[in-house]
Design a protein around this ligand. Structure first.
Ligand code: ATP
Length: 524
């Protein structure tokens, strides 16, 4: 009896062989490779002008060619010959012609492959058979389009192909169509195709999904936030530091922390770089920031929680008042918002075309409200928040709407949170025993930063930890960091994905995480 496993294996092998043979036949048919020794078919006038390139392995004497960016293809290049590398976005055969839309990131251009004295039928057929999403090299003449090609970004020109070579082929069956994934969520007119791609299909096939103009724009803008954050802080004398993600003890008592095996024992994934930022302050770095992964083992299946996100964290020593730090963070946001507005208008427009949103508004300097003022505004709207209570998510959203209508800003700072709702290391207010020197910052009514003056005195820190019933043995290293003198300091942690989501008015943090991690997803 043949073992089932072996049978399956041999079937697989046979299939593989058949595929190989099919490939070889195709190759022979197209006489694709340059320098191919086989004789060309007499009637194919295009031999050597199309086919599948051999695998590019960085050959010593590789071809030297100047490629043109699709974005620069316009009337000024009329009648010039260009080489362009791009993806086959769509292709459509029509009689003796094949219309290909070539895509390069956000830019598309129409390509015409048409039977002529130098272009054979076989070349047109080959072009129309190239599967969508394949990468091709194209030699073509730029021609002014007789009428605007509205379906392409480069609407005034088309490319008349003289060579077409497949550099990397896509399988023919795509799990999602880029056109479907790019379609606006709220089409203005209801008629016409309304096929969209659901979030799980997108995320399961993220490599394809990320090719949409919107995703290209989102992640370029996200890189912009990081750059603006770095630049704004560096110019203010901050030092970028890198903090460990593998830690020996959970910083806030062990809840919401991932345990990882660590040789013969176990360790944890850092929930925040806070302790390390503070140690850098105690070590006289004065002003520090870090950009890195933050892990939260929270089973929160919401539109704004991830189990791994990118933290933009900063910490700063001050002389006498934590507002020195809080206002620096406020200015930092103003600089980021201005930078996005001025440098990323194309990306913002692109995202808006698919996901329409009101432009993000902000004041300069930012609006600053005290927690009790926020409570009062909510009370006026009929929502009571206790003096020692935190704001619920709906409260925060309502307050965001009130603030927006009253002050016309999507960003504001809420200062002086109740002491009872903040962690043990938060400095209590020196006057009001129920308040603390802490603040949150909001974008479109959702929290994007939490921060505070931290207690820098080890005795007071011990007292506050005891008050919170925290096992002192577990935070000994944290308290010890302040034993040798430490400047007063404050800081905060920002969630990068939330900032981008809210700036663009998107509805889900998974849209701004390239490969999101949540309680139900750890792939791809
Ligand atoms: P939330 O109350 O929204 O769960 P948090 O109070 O736990 O947030 P902090 O620990 O103060 O948040 O973290 C600082 C910032 O980090 C938040 O303002 C937010 O921007 C971001 N952040 C926190 N938790 C998450 C998460 N699970 N996913 C994405 N971003 C997060």
């Amino acid at each position: 009896m043949v073992d089932e496993g072996v049978q399956v294996e041999s079937k697989k092998a046979a299939k593989k062989e058949a595929k190989k043979a099919e490939k070889a036949a195709k190759k022979a048919e197209h006489k694709s490779e340059k320098g191919n020794t086989e004789q060309p078919e007499a009637e194919d006038v295009s031999v050597g002008k199309y086919g599948t390139l051999p695998l590019i392995r960085s050959e010593p004497r590789s071809v030297q060619r100047t490629f043109t960016d699709a974005s620069t293809l316009d009337r000024s290049k009329n009648n010039t010959i260009v080489w362009v590398r791009g993806r086959v976005h769509t292709s459509r055969a029509k009689g003796k012609q094949c219309f290909v839309v070539l895509r390069q990131r956000n830019f598309t251009v129409q390509v015409l492959v048409s039977v002529s004295e130098t272009i054979s039928k076989a070349m047109v057929k080959f072009s129309s058979n190239i599967s969508k999403e394949s990468i091709v090299d194209l030699e073509a003449v730029v021609k002014e389009a007789p009428s605007a090609i509205t379906s392409c970004t480069q609407s005034h020109v088309e490319l008349v192909a003289s060579q077409i070579w497949v550099v990397s082929a896509s399988v023919p069956q795509l799990p999602l169509q880029i056109e479907d994934a790019s379609r606006p969520e709220k089409p203005e007119q209801e008629d016409g195709p309304n096929i969209r791609v659901n979030q799980d299909t997108r995320l399961d096939n993220r490599v394809l999904d990320l090719r949409t103009p919107t995703n290209q724009a989102i992640f370029r803008l996200e890189a912009g936030v990081c750059r603006l954050f770095r630049d704004a802080l560096t110019s203010r004398g901050f030092v970028e530091i890198h903090t460990p993600k593998i830690i020996s003890a959970a910083s806030e008592g062990g809840a919401n922390v991932f345990t990882v095996s660590y040789f013969k024992g176990s360790a944890y994934l850092a929930q925040s770089p806070q302790l390390y930022k503070q140690m850098a302050i105690a070590a006289d770095f004065d002003k520090v920031f870090t950009v890195g992964a933050v892990f939260r083992a929270e089973d929160s299946n919401t539109h704004r929680h991830l189990t791994e996100f990118t933290g933009l964290d900063l910490e700063m020593a001050f002389k006498y008042h934590y507002h020195e730090v809080m206002l620096t963070i406020g200015d930092l946001f103003t600089e980021i918002f201005k930078g996005l507005r001025d440098q990323f208008s194309t990306e913002i427009d692109t995202v808006n075309q698919q996901y329409p949103a009101e432009p993000f508004t902000f004041l300069e300097p930012p609006l600053l409200l005290r927690f009790d003022e926020g409570r009062k505004l909510l009370a006026e709207a009929g929502v009571e928040v206790g003096e020692e209570d935190d704001l619920s998510t709906p409260d925060e959203k309502l307050l965001g709407r009130i603030v927006k209508s009253k002050y016309d800003t999507d960003f504001y700072i809420l200062d002086k949170y109740p002491l009872a709702v903040r962690p043990f290391y938060t400095m209590p207010d020196p006057v009001d025993p129920k308040a603390s020197n802490s603040y949150d910052m909001f974008m479109r009514g959702e929290e994007i930063l939490s921060g505070a003056q931290r207690i820098h005195d080890p005795e007071f820190l011990t007292e506050r930890a005891k008050h919170h019933n925290i096992d002192l043995s577990k935070i000994a290293a944290y308290i010890d960091a302040f034993k040798y003198g430490c400047p007063p300091h404050a800081g905060g942690g920002i969630g990068l994905e939330r900032v981008v989501m809210l700036y663009l008015g998107l509805d889900n943090v998974r849209k701004t995480s390239m490969f999101p991690r949540d309680p139900k997803r750890v792939t791809p």
